[in-house]
Design a protein around this ligand. Structure first.
Ligand code: ACM
Length: 787
């Protein structure tokens, strides 16, 4: 068939509009993010190993898209297609070609036609072709079969809602290998994300080789971790990317149509830089250690010509490495104590006619912004750069909610939305006891999905300043590649749809219907995605006390997203699709063990099996995650024993870093003779800046402090004091046990550590209440009590 006839054929197919709604069509296709327009036709096209990936000769963009598609298909489906350069496609080929007349004019857009005689992908840009290839990969992997696949005939037109679809990686708090960074870039490409925001410097590490200033990496890239040399913590922690590695990463990203936006944080979060060149850039001239404290530390860059000259020299090397128009200069959380205390900074402010330190930060940022402008680059910074007045050329990344973006857009500045409440992926995905390290509040998949980067209050003109949106992988609590991937997947799917798909086509239930195919791809790619959204929560109606008093339990099974069909067993066996399907609360006599697993309608496993033992001991045991905050406390953090331990099975503890206090709610105390607590001593490595005054100490009665257990309230009577062992080394686990005076009924137990708050942090792992009968059978105690 001639090319003209093929085109007419495609045009006719496009006109044959079926009666299905967009939502129906979208839901039935295994695509994330959802494309802008889809028309499905009758008929299917079979892709087999005989199908060629046909590209025009000497056409780098098409060849690149074809190779990326071939590689992914081979890896995930074992379907090996040959890429062939030829002037015109052979029949039944997948043809990938740039076309200046492709029927999608939007930037990064593409058109995809699946017909009975082949597949045709066209676009006006290399990026468009690339995204079309990623869509095609998803169409060709609707299930987990291997080899040939039949795809529905369809016509698709697709383009992104936003031009900035980002992911931020913090390589300063924890350092990732080049391979891990490339895996993230792969994941971004597969989700049509196009800005890799790379947080390369912070108090805890400088990660970018700067040839003119070698101490930045000789000193600034390394820190001595708390607990160094114990439990597998290294004696020094760190690393950096050589300029050759950075060039390699930038090229890898470019091949995937991803721009790498480097971030050098200033004027705050500068401790590693100041540790490297205290005389040149420090405010006091004294050399601090590279920080091991998360949070806010006091070290700022000096504001004089020496310091600014240094930064500009660094930026020269940065601009040579990163072709990105935008350079991110941080600007966040710079407490100004050092500038306030410095006579030199104060004299400079006076001379400049600047009378407060926030305005001085604006001046400082403006100096950098002008330098970047002069070199054809643009400055972007966190929303704090708004505080002292925003330099005209600056763009704003809003993280403290969305107000910064709203204000900046109203002032005519470009903005990127990265609010912590919706897009900080270091936050936990559920409050389940099996979540790894992370921060509260919980940021579930659905909250990410519901985020809209354009606030309703913006006018159309103002909304035009919204460049897009990005999620952030802050890495204080993501010490390994496993933790990073667990935090990212599957929330990256929700992010992709927020950033790419039009609000009019987005739909949470359609998204859930398209997720099982994505989870199967993750399994094929060996990605350790979090199943938190799907994991079955096994809960007791009426709580443990009703079960303990009646010997019976009414058990409900549900997951966070209320999706999938749950199958369960009560005899300890592993559930399968043949096990009873959960339809409503299950009545059980105790003891019992419930195991449950959720499946998609097509049988896809949505989450690993979860189990709950329901016997007397288990009903009187609470994990760290089920203790609740004390009055005025917060849920805070979920912390590992030592901050740099990367093994996924490292024990984790819910801790409130302001008050070492937790409540065991509604404990049933009838017959209870003793309490047993698994606890841990953790490093208190948090820079709290002006919030330091909020840290509460409780008075101790013995040498090393105790865990005190009080009845009903935190000012209630003390039931027992469990002395803490001697020693201050963090990373210590301890078993604390003691007798409790007889009580009856249900009571809150307020549990707090009285160790001094300038020492290590103590946290509770699990709490067990032990009956008189058990107390005498000491072998039932899980560990030897420590004094
Ligand atoms: C930030 O989270 N400090 C930008």
């Amino acid at each position: 068939m001639s090319r003209a006839l093929v085109s007419i054929g495609w045009a006719l197919a496009w006109l044959a509009i079926p009666a299905l709604t967009f939502a129906d069509q979208a839901r039935s296709l295994p695509l994330i993010p959802l494309p802008a327009q889809i028309e499905r036709h009758d008929g299917r096209f079979e892709v087999t190993t005989d199908t060629t990936l046909s590209v025009p000769a000497d056409h780098a963009d098409a060849l690149n898209a074809a190779h990326q598609l071939a590689e992914l298909l081979g890896r995930t489906r074992g379907l090996l297609l040959t890429v062939r350069q030829e002037p015109a496609p052979s029949p039944r080929a997948i043809r990938i070609a740039l076309d200046p007349n492709a029927p999608v004019t939007q930037p990064e857009g593409y058109a995809l036609e699946v017909g009975h005689n082949g597949i045709r992908l066209s676009a006006r840009s290399g990026a468009g072709l690339f995204y079309g290839a990623m869509t095609l990969w998803q169409l060709l992997t609707p299930d987990d079969h291997r080899g040939a696949v039949s795809v529905p005939e369809l016509s698709m037109r697709d383009w992104p809602r936003f031009g900035w679809r980002g992911l931020m990686l913090d390589s300063a708090r924890h350092f990732q290998s080049v391979d891990t960074v490339k895996q993230l870039l792969d994941a971004m490409a597969e989700h049509k994300l196009n800005v890799f925001h790379w947080h390369l410097t912070d108090d805890q590490g400088w990660r970018l080789q700067i040839k003119r200033y070698p101490e930045l990496t000789a000193i600034g890239a390394w820190r001595t971790p708390p607990g160094a040399g114990t439990h597998g913590e290294p004696n020094r922690y760190g690393g950096f990317y050589t300029q050759a590695q950075v060039r390699d990463i930038v090229a890898y990203a470019t091949a995937r149509h991803i721009t790498v936006v480097p971030e050098l944080d200033m004027p705050g979060h500068a401790q590693a830089a100041v540790a490297s060149y205290p005389q040149r850039i420090g405010v006091t001239g004294e050399r601090p250690a590279v920080s091991v404290d998360w949070g806010v530390n006091p070290y700022l860059y000096a504001t004089d010509a020496n310091s600014l000259g240094f930064i500009k020299n660094v930026l020269d090397e940065v601009m040579a490495l990163f072709p990105s128009t935008y350079i991110h200069v941080g600007g966040d959380e710079a407490i100004k104590d050092q500038w306030k205390a410095s006579s030199a900074v104060q004299a400079q402010m006076k001379q400049l006619g600047i009378n407060d330190e926030n305005a001085m930060q604006s001046w400082f940022i403006d100096q950098i912004g002008r330098y970047l402008d002069k070199h054809g680059r643009r400055l972007i910074g966190w929303d704090e750069i708004l505080e002292g007045g925003l330099p005209a050329s600056a763009s704003v990344m809003s993280w403290r909610g969305t107000q910064g973006a709203i204000d900046a857009a109203r002032m005519g500045h470009d903005v990127v939305l990265a609010p912590g409440s919706a897009l900080y992926f270091d936050h936990l995905q559920s409050d389940r006891a099996d979540e790894p390290n992370g921060r509260y509040d919980v940021l579930p998949l659905k909250t990410v999905y519901a985020f809209d980067p354009i606030d309703r209050s913006l006018t159309a003109d103002q909304a035009g300043h919204v460049l897009g949106t990005e999620a952030a992988l802050w890495s204080e609590y993501l010490p390994s590649a496993w933790h990073i991937e667990h935090a990212l997947f599957p929330r990256i799917d929700a992010l992709a749809e927020v950033a790419w798909s039009a609000p009019a086509v987005r739909d949470w239930h359609s998204f859930l219907a398209r997720m099982p195919a994505q989870l199967r791809r993750y399994r094929a790619l060996d990605i350790p995605f979090a199943d938190s959204a799907y994991a079955v929560n096994i809960t007791l109606d009426g709580g443990a006390n009703v079960a303990l008093s009646s010997g019976k339990a009414r058990v409900s099974l549900a997951n966070q997203v209320d999706d999938g069909q749950v199958h369960y067993t009560t005899d300890g066996s592993i559930p399968t699709l043949a096990s009873p399907r959960y339809v409503g609360p299950i009545e059980l006599s105790l003891p019992a063990t419930v195991r449950a697993q959720p499946f998609a309608a097509d049988g896809t496993v949505l989450a690993a099996v979860r189990s709950r033992v329901l016997d007397d001991a288990a009903l009187r045991t609470l994990p760290s995650s089920e203790l609740v905050p004390c009055p005025d406390g917060d849920s805070g953090l979920r912390l590992p024993l030592l901050p740099d331990l990367g093994a996924p099975d490292t024990p984790v503890y819910n801790a409130d870093i302001f008050r070492a206090c937790k409540i065991y709610p509604a404990a049933r105390l009838d017959g209870i003779a003793a309490i047993h607590v698994d606890a841990a001593r953790l490093p208190r490595n948090f820079g709290l800046a002006h919030d330091q005054v909020k840290v509460i100490s409780y008075p101790a009665t013995t040498a090393h402090g105790e865990l005190e257990v009080r009845l009903d309230r935190c000012d209630g009577p003390v039931l027992v004091r469990l002395p803490l062992p001697a020693g201050k080394a963090p990373g210590a686990r301890m078993s604390l046990s003691g007798a409790m005076p007889a009580q009856s009924g249900g009571h809150d137990l307020c549990m707090r550590f009285t160790a001094p708050s300038d020492g290590p942090l103590y946290a509770i792992g699990t709490v067990q209440l032990i009956t008189a009968a058990k107390k005498h059978a000491t072998s039932d105690l899980p560990g030897k009590p420590t004094p």
